[in-house]
Design a binder for this molecule. Structure first.
Ligand code: ZN
Length: 134
């Protein structure tokens, strides 16, 4: 039993593993797969979801850390706005006393008291001015 464990550990050593991009591709492929088997039933769509799983496996076992990290960084940069939007939405749901907005320039979350009408906001990070209705 120990032999198998060590063999597995040795195999995984220096390999890249899981990151945000891999999770995203994996969940998207599962989503596509479910949509395909229940609704679309298209052969090519099932191929697409399977290819995505292959990409995930390739990235997981890759030993080229630099390239994988670069891909992940690009992914995180491209999706920053969307991810910040959901964080903002989550904060808004928990806190009814304040209104939360995203800075249109740097995507910083800006919190203001609710019910003040139309106000001008200044982003604390990049000092961009923008108007929102609180
Ligand atoms: Zn900003």
């Amino acid at each position: 039993m120990n032999k198998i464990k060590y063999a597995l550990l040795r195999f995984m050593q220096g390999r890249y593993g899981v990151d945000s991009l891999n999770n995203f591709i994996l969940y998207t492929s599962i989503g596509i797969y479910i949509i395909d088997i229940f609704f679309v039933k298209d052969f090519y769509l099932s191929i697409v979801s399977q290819l995505m799983v292959i990409v995930v496996i390739f990235r997981m076992f890759s030993k080229n850390w630099m390239a994988r990290q670069k891909e992940n960084a690009t992914f995180l940069k491209l999706t920053k706005g969307i991810r910040r939007y959901f964080v903002c939405l989550q904060k808004q749901m928990k806190d009814r006393e304040h209104a939360y907005f995203l800075c249109p320039n740097c995507k910083q979350i800006v919190r203001v008291p609710r019910g003040k009408g139309k106000i001008e906001l200044i982003c604390p990070t990049c000092k961009t001015k923008f108007e929102r209705k609180s």
